[in-house]
Design a protein around this ligand. Structure first.
Ligand SMILES: CC(C)(COP(=O)(O)OP(=O)(O)OC[C@H]1O[C@@H](n2cnc3c(N)ncnc32)[C@H](O)[C@@H]1OP(=O)(O)O)[C@@H](O)C(=O)NCCC(=O)NCCS
Length: 181
């Protein structure tokens, strides 16, 4: 069971459940989300939500465990987006990655920034061995780079042709925040 907590008077981070499938389909079926993330498909269907859930279930039984996913829940609007921590193992276990997506109607309201700030603080507070949180941001996604910078992450580098999207090489910024930053 993941910790759940209030970010502020409006927003809360809570565990993702199967009841969120309709919201996942409604909001993740978005070409911008596909372009800016590594593995979210487009179009995004109920079957994708179900496959994602099954993969989480399988990974939770493996040694490293499954990634941790929270819903960014608004007091009135309900599900607005998700935020995740991708756990590493062994000699990399001090260094995890975060990722997040906001539903289109809820962007530009500061919700992603509030969620990144709160989750970053909570991770460092509750996980004594964690030293570093990082994120890759594709070169054409200034909004996400801004979110991380507002949350105290610093640019550490720029990686050319980090991955292929639709067969095209994509460059990306690497940003990170250390426990002592
Ligand atoms: C990236 C994303 C999560 C941002 O969510 P959000 O809730 O709109 O973020 P916030 O409102 O907290 O902050 C956005 C910031 O980016 C800025 N911004 C938005 N578009 C921008 C642009 N084209 N150029 C520069 N800055 C931009 C906003 O002005 C704001 O900064 P400000 O507060 O200084 O004005 C959202 O756009 C999204 O889900 N995109 C698709 C998925 C994605 O990219 N996920 C991240 C993968 S690394």
């Amino acid at each position: 069971m993941l910790p759940e907590f209030d970010i502020n008077a409006e927003l809360r981070l809570r565990q993702l459940t199967q009841d969120d499938f309709p919201a996942l389909v409604e909001y993740l079926n978005d070409e911008d989300i596909f372009r800016n993330t590594r593995s979210i498909p487009h179009p995004y269907t109920l079957k994708d939500a179900q496959d994602f859930w099954e993969k989480l279930r399988q990974r939770s039984q493996e040694a490293g465990g499954a990634p941790h996913h929270w819903v960014i829940e608004h007091r009135e609007h309900g599900f607005t987006g998700t935020i995740s921590v991708f756990l590493r193992e062994g000699i990399d276990s001090h260094s995890d990655e975060i990722g997040y997506v906001m539903g289109r109607p809820w962007r530009g309201r500061g919700y992603a920034t509030a969620a990144v700030k709160a989750l970053t603080a909570m991770q460092f507070e509750t996980r004594p061995n964690l030293i570093r949180l990082s994120a890759w941001v594709y070169s054409y996604n200034p909004a996400s780079k801004r979110v991380l910078e507002k949350a105290g992450y610093v640019v550490e580098g720029f990686c050319r042709a980090l991955l292929l999207k639709n067969g095209q090489p994509v460059d990306a910024w690497l940003l990170a925040r250390l426990r002592n930053d």
